[in-house]
Design a binder for this molecule. Sequence first.
Ligand code: ACO
Length: 383
Amino acid sequence: MTDTTDIKKGLAGVVADVTAISKVNPETNSLLYRGYPVQELAATQPFEAVAHLLWTGELPDAVALADLRATEREHRALADEVRAVIDLVPLDAHPMDEVRTAVSLLGAQDLAGSGSVLAASGSAEDNLRRSIRLFAALPAIVAYGQRRRRGQEMVAPRDDLDYAANFLWMTFGEEADDLVVDAFNRSMILYAEHSFNASTFTARVIASTLSDLYSAVVGAVGALKGPLHGGANEAVLHVFDEIGEAANVSPWLDDALENKRKIMGFGHRVYKRGDSRVPTMKAALDTLIEHYERPDVAELYDALESEFVARKGIYPNLDYPSGPAYALMGFDTLTFTPLFVAARVTGWTAHVMEQFGANALIRPLSEYVGPAERHVEGYVPDA
Ligand code: ACO
């Protein structure tokens, strides 16, 4: 029998494999994508360039960026069949269910006729193409989801706009301010990748069976939906709505902590002294607060943060500033986690390709704690 102290519940502290994609360093509070600090990428790069970096290991030169942008534009429009399948998802289902279903159909369409499961994992070229296709298709899926819940018509993509500006255009049907496009672009970059988080690990587990990239992404979407992971950006807004205004923070926290509630947007499995992505996203939130003249949002944000940190010593994670930022941009609360999918699909697919490149089936052990061996009444063993 295993010594129970050897069991790493939640795989906490377990190093499961190597990766060259990103490095999270909780000691220095830093996050590197392929060696570059994420805050430098967020301040200087379009999201398309960071996607290229995650997939290939290098930032694109002008020609490579133009090529990627051209391919991304080719796959932007929502195909009629994908739209029809989204329309089958009940309007009151969670939009993550819609995203998961749409990705599944994209996979089935792309892999149709590809033969036996033995070929499912595909070649490196197949998987880069599949990654770009998903990256390009997700904004229309997410944007259409929000619009149909609002009873609005779909908006066709615009070829003259880059990824972030076009995403906002397809969602709202009007051109966003440069400042808003910049904040949105930064959020996409910050959400793109974070080593072996739960959804990425899910994707790698699926890839490790030599299943296909689309199946890995479908599984990852399911993992991201949970409020302990991606669902937290949505949950932060529910908390803000519950509290209402800064003056209510103290009594609200008294009650929440008394009832042992987890405060969404705080805490992290890896970072214990603050999430490296928060300062960059908080700066973007501050510009939005000023732009939309919403000092009340800043007051509530600061009051909850300072009081919760003072009481529990648990710091905000990326979902804490990104939730109110997305709300100010005009996204519905239910759309926040699908936005996370559109960003993290770059990291997921980079990890799937890395897993395929040096694969070992991921299959841990468990310690059995159920009933001792017993027998079904009336069972007679074969002679
Ligand atoms: N609110 C209240 N207490 C908390 C919180 C929180 N947000 N986070 C941690 N704690 C407490 C736990 O209750 C626990 O206390 P205890 O030792 O008295 O039981 C202690 O801190 C350790 O917490 P764990 O949940 O065991 O730590 P773990 O590393 O497993 O959890 C997690 C990390 C899941 C992110 C947790 O902090 C949490 O639930 N946060 C809220 C959800 C959230 O914001 N998720 C987003 C993650 S980041 C992202 O996906 C971008």
